[in-house]
Design a protein around this ligand. Structure first.
Ligand code: FAD
Length: 616
């Protein structure tokens, strides 16, 4: 049957934009159905992209030619590399973005993308062919058919906004929730839960007294997200820093019972790593002050985002506590802070393509899967978009491993463990983080992107040119060998172990930076700046990565031990009922995933492996 489109993506937030673009890049005829064109690329909360762990995700999206990184580079008004003093493996690029430029650039990317059609409307129902999803019905009754549908509705499913004692339905401030779609999802029998998140009040920057506040500038040498970007586009700005104080805490403590969260009005679990100011004051009662970053939201208006004081207190209390903070004594609140509760789907119902296992043709990505953050959403959008296109075009699934990407780590965490609180990325979640660095995301993933067909000609060319410059420089460095004696004569204190080392091996030693090597061999001065930087980072980790290889090989072996999708865990003898139920709920694709299910023991895994082999 001929469908209107190959792929439909519902929702034009961060997951939806990268999902739709990815599907279209694969050559699938794609429709992006979203409430309004204007809402594409809206940042619901903080105007910033990247950060620790999250910056890695953005680089990986970019390595596969996704949109988030290059849009953030165009919109960035302050770039900072977090953890700059630590090793490159845990450094996180972050940019504060001009909200308006981000939205405009994202909308331009969507408008200019070949194979992509934008449809304004509310998806209210699915078109079904038996048990399979084959399109969507809009609230105005029109129907659009497709081979696969990716749902990325964020916080909109039965969204409920809370400000103090007032609660009202809403997908986010100013938007209606998606109720009809939530009811339809109920009928699929998917496991649903409730989560919450919150945002601070927005302030009028012209009413802030900046004169005595600390200033935080960006980096002098901005670290951009996209491997294709070479310079910042927008004017760069500084942020202000202020602090809550004893008076602020007193006001909040006195009124804590009026907070939506502490008066029992909210049942959903909030993000542990992004607590509200009420949470901070209750949980860290010993602290008399918390830092607040005053971040301009745009070059073209005066709205300030006070990072660190999200709240669900009533408006008048917000007014009082905000005005108790230094610099904010006369501030005008432009929009109150609020909390939002929404439905999410237990991500253990998904497979590693982010397809719903029991509902063929349906993929889920973004906050709907229990994650928090723009970057987590966009990375999932990419995975779901690529795979929805693969289904529609009859191609092989495109999956990611914990050994090649943070994307793989996140998807694996979601589908094997599910979430009990909003999931955000951290470098500590990746066991192979020395090899999964932000700086080498292109080396890890662009070849895969070229192979599956989601990387365009410009990136392919730039990547191949970079790799050939790197290979040439590395070969040159490996071809010249130094004895310890030569090095000592040149003034370097090296081990007298008799070991001869080539130029690349010397780069791995702490006392040799590139300039020291150029002093040894002036011809290496001709190696370009970008190659020097990349070779230095690659060399620094080369020995650790060699040591990791055995663990990576074990993981890959386990990933190759596939478990049939219809494997009957409940009939397995020798397993506890609890484990049977956990395995049955998660239905892992392979032995590696089964091993990471909460409570799985080595004995149970050996038994499972034996049964899987017998069943073949
Ligand atoms: P969204 O960006 O929400 O996009 C959903 C899209 O779907 C929207 O474009 C909407 O118009 C569209 N849509 C919804 N229903 C339909 C329908 N039926 N038909 C058609 N289109 C539809 N993240 C953090 O990391 N830290 C925070 O502190 C934080 N605080 C937040 C505070 C608030 C109040 C909110 C609302 C979000 C917050 N977030 C925070 C989360 C962050 O905004 C999300 O993680 C991110 O936007 C998720 O992206 P998404 O694409 O999944 O959903």
């Amino acid at each position: 049957m001929k469908h209107d489109f190959d792929v439909i993506v519902v929702g034009g937030g961060h997951a939806g934009a990268d999902a739709a673009h990815a599907a279209a890049r694969m050559g699938a005829r794609t429709a992006l159905v979203t409430l309004t064109f204007e809402s594409i690329g809206v940042m619901s909360c903080n105007p910033a992209i990247g950060g620790l762990g999250k910056g890695h995700l953005v680089r990986e999206i970019d390595a596969l030619d996704g949109v988030m990184g290059r849009v953030a580079d165009k919109a960035g008004i302050q770039f900072r590399l977090l953890n700059r003093r630590k090793g490159p493996a845990v450094q996180g690029p972050r940019a504060q973005a001009d909200r308006k430029i981000y939205r405009e650039e994202m909308q331009r990317e969507m408008r200019d993308c070949p194979n992509l059609t934008i449809v304004e409307g509310e998806a209210a129902d699915f078109l079904m062919s038996g048990a399979e999803v084959r399109g969507v019905r809009l609230a105005d009754g029109s129907e659009i058919s497709a081979s696969a549908v990716v749902l990325t509705t964020g916080t909109f499913l039965r969204g409920l906004i809370h400000i103090g004692q007032v609660s009202r339905p809403g997908g986010r401030m100013g938007d209606k929730p998606s109720v009809k779609l939530a009811e339809r999802i109920d009928q699929f029998g998917l496991p649903l839960g409730r989560l919450k998140t919150g945002t601070p009040p927005r302030l009028d920057g012209t009413t802030i007294d900046w004169s005595d506040l600390e200033v935080q500038p960006g980096d002098d040498d901005p670290t951009l997200f996209s491997f294709l970007s070479s310079k910042v586009s927008a004017q760069q700005i500084s942020c202000g820093i202020t602090h809550t104080n004893e008076q602020t805490h007193e006001i909040i403590e006195k009124n804590i019972g009026k907070s939506a969260m502490y008066s029992g009005r909210i049942e959903g679990v909030g993000p542990r790593y992004c607590p509200s100011i009420e949470d901070k004051i209750v949980r860290f009662a010993e602290k008399s002050s918390h830092q607040v970053f005053l971040e301009p939201e745009s070059l073209s208006d005066n709205v300030i985002y006070p990072n660190g004081i999200s709240t669900s207190l009533p408006e008048d209390i917000q007014h009082d506590y905000v005005r108790s903070i230094k610099g904010l004594e006369n501030v005008t609140i432009l929009q109150p802070g609020y909390a939002i509760e929404y439905d999410y789907v237990d991500s253990r119902a998904l497979d590693s393509r982010l397809a719903v296992r029991d509902v063929p043709g349906l993929f889920l990505a973004g906050q709907i899967n229990g994650t928090t953050g723009y970057e987590e959403a966009a990375a999932q959008g990419l995975v779901a978009g690529l795979n929805a296109a693969a289904v529609a075009l009859g191609r092989d699934p495109i999956t990611f491993s914990r050994s090649n990407s943070y994307i793989g780590v996140m998807v694996d965490d979601l589908i094997t463990r599910g979430v009990s609180e909003p999931y955000r990325m951290f470098t500590s979640r990746a066991e192979f983080r020395l090899s999964l660095r932000a700086d080498n995301a292109d080396q890890r993933l662009t070849p895969l992107g070229i192979e599956v067909g989601c990387v365009g000609a410009e990136r392919k060319q730039a990547f191949e040119a970079k790799m050939s410059a790197l290979a040439e420089a590395r070969q040159d460095m490996e071809s010249v060998v130094f004895t310890p004696k030569e090095l000592v004569t040149a003034g370097h204190a090296v081990n007298q172990d008799g070991k001869r080392r080539n130029g690349y091996e010397l780069l791995a030693l702490q006392q040799f930076d590139f300039d020291a090597l150029v002093a040894l061999r002036p011809e290496w001065g001709a190696i370009d700046e970008a190659s020097r930087d990349q070779l230095s980072k690659d060399a620094m980790y080369a020995n650790y990565i060699l040591r990791q290889e055995r663990d990576v090989a074990v993981l890959k072996r386990d990933e190759q031990q596939r478990i049939p999708t219809d494997f009957d865990y409940m009939a397995m003898e020798g397993l506890s009922n609890e484990l049977k139920m956990k395995l049955n709920a998660a239905r892992p694709d392979n032995i590696g995933q089964a091993g990471r299910i909460d409570g799985m023991t080595p004995a149970a895994l050996t038994l499972l492996l034996a049964k899987v082999r017998q069943s073949r």
